[in-house]
Design a protein around this ligand. Structure first.
Ligand code: SAH
Ligand code: DHB
Ligand code: MG
Length: 222
């Protein structure tokens, strides 16, 4: 049992519960056409983000790492008509592809794509008084995930949810000898979450079309 099985089960689940959808399919196709890396969340994972945002009743969403806007579309669909999603992307070319994908999905009025390294954009958002956010999805450069988490936590309210992607990285998370900066950052994220009295959290391992990885899911209590 391995990757082939995980992919088959993802296809089975997606076929029934996240069936083909013109806007999402077009976003994947246009991203591939433009040469973007195919590292977007899988359809069942996108569906999970959508469900979590709906369970929260999110009206404001912050996303780190837009890529071609695939996860953005899933999340923005969870919002009410007057909801807003801000998504941060460092790469201007990726952001242009995302803008087209988001507009094609009919979400251009709901989604604000902000181009630039997220840490720089956060200073601008701070000056604008952005937030609070009901839901945050952290999926950009993994080394900065702890900083993004702490920024989002300060701009959350009780009941807000913060999700971080790629925290398990094929099991590297549990290897203290691993010196890869992104793995060390994911360990620092876990230590920060553990030490933070304002959140209740877990990390859930996942397998699927994208291999073996996982999400940290945190509920802001206070
Ligand atoms: N959330 C997307 C996938 C994001 S991939 C989806 O599931 O559909 C990670 C993205 O983070 C890439 O597009 C990359 O360009 C972007 N990124 C990398 N470093 C960044 C930074 N410092 N600030 C903002 N975005 C960054
Ligand atoms: C990579 C980034 C991601 O967000 C992801 O989900 C998978 C892979 C990457 O940078 O390789
Ligand atoms: Mg990811």
């Amino acid at each position: 049992m391995g990757q082939e099985t995980w992919t088959a089960v993802d296809e089975y689940v997606a076929g029934l519960l996240a069936p083909h959808d013109d806007s999402l399919d077009a976003a994947v196709a246009a991203s591939e056409q433009a040469g973007l890396p195919a590292i977007q969340v899988s359809p069942p994972q996108g569906n999970l983000l959508y469900l979590l945002a709906r369970l929260r009743g999110a009206r404001t969403i912050l996303e780190f790492g837009t890529l071609g806007g695939y996860s953005t579309i899933w999340l923005a669909r969870a919002l009410p008509a007057d909801g807003r999603l801000i998504t941060l992307e460092a790469d201007d070319r990726y952001a242009q592809v995302a803008l087209e994908n988001i507009a094609r999905a009919g979400l251009g009025e709901v989604v604000d794509v902000r181009v630039g390294p997220a840490l720089e954009t956060l200073s601008l958002l701070e000056a604008e008084g952005a937030g609070p956010f009901d839901f945050t999805f952290i999926d950009a450069d993994k080394v900065n995930s702890p900083s993004y988490f702490s920024w989002a936590l300060e701009r959350s309210r009780p009941g807000s949810v913060i999700v971080a992607d790629n925290v398990v990285w094929a099991g590297a998370l549990a290897d203290p000898a691993n010196e890869d900066p992104k793995i060390q950052a994911q360990r620092r994220l876990h230590e920060a979450v553990a030490a933070e009295p304002r959140v209740t959290a877990t990390t859930i391992q996942t397998v699927g079309a994208k291999g073996y990885d996982g999400f940290t899911i945190a509920l802001v209590d206070a």
